[in-house]
Design a protein around this ligand. Sequence first.
Ligand code: ADP
Ligand code: MG
Length: 366
Amino acid sequence: MLGGGQLGRMFTEAAQRLGYRVVVLEPSEPCPAGLLADEHLVAGYDHAEALDRLSEMCEAASYEFEAVPAQAVEYLRNRITVRPDAQPLSVAQSRLAEKNFATQHTPATPPVPYQPIEEAAQLPAALEHIGFPCILKTDRLGYDGKGQAVVESPADAEAAFARFGNVSCVLERQLDLQQEVSVIVARDCEHSIAYPVAENEHRNGILHCSRAPADISGVVQEQVQDSARKIADALDYHGVLAVEYFITSDGVFFNEMAPRPHNSGHYTLDACVASQFEQQARILCGLPLGAPTQHTPAVMINLLGDLWNGREPDWALLQGDPAVRLHLYGKKEARPGRKMGHLCVLDPDPDAAYARACSLYQELSA
Ligand code: ADP
Ligand code: MG
């Protein structure tokens, strides 16, 4: 596993439960995945010797973040199985590439209208075309709302482009969102399956809450699942893919994809027969896919470092409720915005699960 964060940790747990041994490559120590892995190689992701060790020790490799250096993937794939492969990774690493891909392959759920911006001189025409308000996003390396700015005027756009360091960007229309949803797809060499669609709430650009199933019609659920599976098929994708969609009064729009398990799919750990991490391990190891079947409606809430506020939150508030599952990632230092863990509330009544999750979270924050 390249990357030692919580996604790598939950993969490690799933793979070990299936009887595999896991090596984590991650420069920082300690790290959530390294604490559980059979071996933690403390080195950069593109460190040649570390990649050699990794390919000697492992039969297959995956990664937990899309900013993994392309050379590292290239180096490993000449020696061992790497999933997902370099081509789908290169699409998912670039907002522009993934929007172009969605335009071509899933026209029924197109991206929000967008324009590529390579240099400041392209801004006036692009702004004219897109209209205000719009959002400027860096083409690469954006996450949790970082690398994007809402733009209300040409001056805003120029300032944001300069602030991002004149790197390649995408300008897109800011839509009035009714709902945000995402879907996890798992695809092996023969089949793809989609999990129930999750409905997401963000706070300050970071995912706060996901509820599954989403409160959407069966038609929209199928549309979203079909689109995401089409993208996976068109990429000849082997692995776990997350795709985010916007729901507006004008229909469903593609937002972005991630070539890995996703925060909005954490509910699958507690509410589904096989979790997104188990699928990642199965696909990597050439096992058949597990069942994505959801047995109980679920609500997941992220626990960010803000909750700590100098002291450990009072977990006893959660431990009294038998339908609450607490997941902590083993991070020592709590910082604002840092993902420290999550909770998941299970209840046959989805609205009851949502209400309990919200009130528990409020008690934790008090
Ligand atoms: P990332 O998740 O990589 O930070 P996103 O492109 O998913 O970047 O944007 C983060 C959040 O910002 C979205 O989940 C959504 O709430 C909001 N957002 C992004 N693009 C738009 C848009 N075009 N219109 C309205 N809201 C948007
Ligand atoms: Mg997003």
